[in-house]
Design a protein around this ligand. Structure first.
Ligand code: NAP
Ligand code: GDD
Length: 535
């Protein structure tokens, strides 16, 4: 009842004006709050126009929500101490406007919710009213857990607001490509995000460092824990401590070629790792609370039995990686059926980005394009140029992971673009992005790629120069020749529509690597050493 009523208020009228009118002019003004230096939660952009729009909407819905507000006020009088009980006064504790310290007879919900990022000054004010600091934090936490709100001002004229409970998510593989994008996405939605990172002799959080707060700050929204999917006790302890609403199991030894060299380890992490998560949730009695996303893969289709591949296409994995993921897929289905758990498989086709690991073919190519064009690398060595993949952008795909866990019923979904491209075509498109046209000759391991023409004055390479060669080291003992997915189910049931196409993906990746290696070029020019990484 409490929750529903508040949600209703949010749904129709989170305008400050609404609160202001209802509270006799005591409501806070968003721009004022920003001016006073209160932190704006991640994902929230505020402008004067946004405020105006906000107020306009508030006015428009005020009549409509009045009865609900009254109902809510009655409920607050009666039940509020159960929700936020105030130990100091013994009276119903009310969330107070942290800006003014005014004591409303109705929680200053907007102020509180908008000020997701706590700072000391706010807590002090809050604590003055509530009696003690710990209690103030506790109230905040509980309130935000229930009603965390994310408001977004988009495109200058559209105003999007979303009502989400502030959930707790645990991401395994948070230091990887998808983990990094997903963490950012969930933080933006107001989630408290926990991630498992592996111990490494060097820092390994590059991809999420921009999101990572100093853990000494109060109430950080992103928390990292040391762990490993091969360590059951670690997995159980972390899940017990974190009590996540959602687990995204992205952790994996994810390189298909490498899985032929480390098959047992791959099975342990990618197969049994998933089991460890499922069992931990079951053993800890969290089956009705915690939803689990399993990072399944189009590698399950391997030697494809049908074109295009859908959720119904039979599996035929072609690598230790694929086989380990097959176990993970079925154990995820089994726990759903056996224990009625909310577990889903996202069967994702290849997805790339500027954050893609450097040894996957897309990133290997875009890095080489940048380095060759800048004169930092001579030749790019690749394996099978004929393999075809359905390549999308990681940003699009992580959004669907989230959607899969928000459905009424758990299910498995294919995510794909529906288009397939050979490695050779990807390579050509990537070089063309910088104006370099390639021509290929020869067959198999004797195939070479030469520069046919250059339409870019900044690139000083000779026409006819061989810049691509084949190295059979990169061939796989058994290859997946063709992948192309049909994501109709995800489009229809999740409302998922990818925003990127292959051209925009390649453009972004090449540009990003070009910018990255321009820095190396400057360093070289300045007489400094640069590092050359080799696979
Ligand atoms: P990624 O960049 O390789 O990231 C893998 C993550 O797993 C990293 O954070 C890695 O940690 C972590 N990890 C590796 N071994 C671990 C272990 N023993 N315990 C705990 N964590 C471990 O992969 P991604 O591209 O983001 O893919 C995410 C998931 O989706 C993977 O499960 C992958 O198999 C699956 N998938 C990916 C694609 C794709 O095209 N990207 C498609 C389908 C499915 P370190 O940073 O320390 O190495
Ligand atoms: N890595 C790599 N390096 N691949 C090459 C090379 C090379 O030098 N030359 C050709 N290829 C070919 C591979 O043989 C393969 O057919 C294709 O390029 C794509 O290879 P990767 O980029 O390594 O990706 P993948 O398709 O094997 O696996 C990725 O996608 C899967 C989903 O289909 C990974 O992200 C997996 O974790 C994921 O499950």
């Amino acid at each position: 009842m409490t929750k529903d009523t508040i949600k209703y208020i949010y749904k129709f009228g989170e305008g400050n004006k609404t609160m202001k009118a209802l509270l006799g002019g005591k409501g806070a003004n968003l721009s004022e709050m920003t001016r006073l230096g209160f932190p704006v939660p991640s994902g929230f952009t505020i402008t004067t126009d946004a405020c105006r729009e906000y107020t306009k909407r508030g006015n428009a819905i005020i009549e409509e929500i009045k009865p609900k507000i009254k109902e809510y006020l009655k409920m607050v009088e009666k039940d509020n101490d159960k929700v936020f009980g105030n130990p100091k006064s013994g009276k119903p504790a009310l969330l107070v406007s942290v800006r003014s310290g005014a004591k409303f007879s109705m929680p200053g919900m907007m102020d509180t919710v908008l000020n997701l990022g706590l700072n000391d000054e706010m807590v002090k004010k809050f604590a003055e009213y509530h009696g003690n600091e710990r209690f103030a934090y506790d109230c905040y936490r509980r309130f935000l857990q229930m009603f965390g709100n994310v408001v977004k001002y988009i495109d200058g004229d559209k105003f999007e607001h979303k009502i989400t409970e502030m959930k707790i998510a645990l991401i395994t593989g948070i230091t990887g490509q998808d983990g990094a994008y997903l963490a950012e996405f969930l933080l933006d939605k107001g989630y408290e995000v926990h991630g498992i990172k592996r111990r490494s002799s060097l820092f390994n959080t590059d991809r999420i460092d921009h999101l990572y707060q100093d853990p000494h700050e109060k109430n950080p929204k992103l928390k990292l824990h040391y762990g490993d999917l091969t360590d059951s006790a670690n997995v159980i302890r972390l899940i017990q401590e974190i009590q996540p609403d959602e687990i995204y199991n992205l952790g994996a030894m994810s390189h298909v070629r490498v899985s032929f060299e480390t098959p047992e380890y791959t099975a342990n992490v990618d197969g049994l790792g998933s089991l460890r998560i499922l069992e931990a949730v079951r053993l800890l009695g969290l089956t009705s609370k915690t939803r689990i996303y399993q990072a399944s893969t189009s590698e399950l289709f391997g030697k494809v039995q049908e074109v295009p591949q859908t959720e119904k296409t039979p599996f035929y994995p072609r690598s230790p990686y694929g086989v380990a993921k097959l176990y993970a897929y079925w154990i995820t289905v089994n726990y759903r059926e056996a224990y009625n758990m909310y577990t889903v498989n996202g069967i994702l086709f290849n997805h790339e980005s500027p954050l893609r690991g450097e040894t996957f073919v897309s990133r290997k190519i875009t890095r080489a394009v940048a380095r060759i064009c800048l004169g930092l690398q001579d030749t790019l060595y690749l394996g099978n140029l004929d393999a075809k993949r359905d390549w999308g952008h990681a940003r699009d795909y992580i959004e669907a992971m989230y959607l899969m866990l928000q459905q009424e019923k758990p299910d498995d979904y294919v995510l794909a673009t529906g288009k397939t491209t050979s490695v050779r075509d990807f390579l050509q498109k990537a070089f063309l992005e910088l104006g370099v046209e390639l021509t290929f000759s020869g067959k198999g391991i004797d195939e070479i790629g030469k520069i046919k023409s250059i339409n870019n004055k900044e690139i000083k390479l000779p026409i006819g120069k061989i810049i691509v060669k084949i190295d059979p080291t990169y061939y796989r003992p058994s290859e997946v020749d063709l992948l192309i997915g049909d994501a109709t189910k995800a489009r229809e049931k999740l409302g998922w529509t990818p925003k990127y196409d292959l051209e925009s993906l390649i453009k972004e990746m090449v540009q990003s690597d070009f910018d990255l290696f321009k820095r190396d070029k400057y360093l070289l020019k300045g007489g400094h050493k640069i590092l050359n990484y080799h696979e």
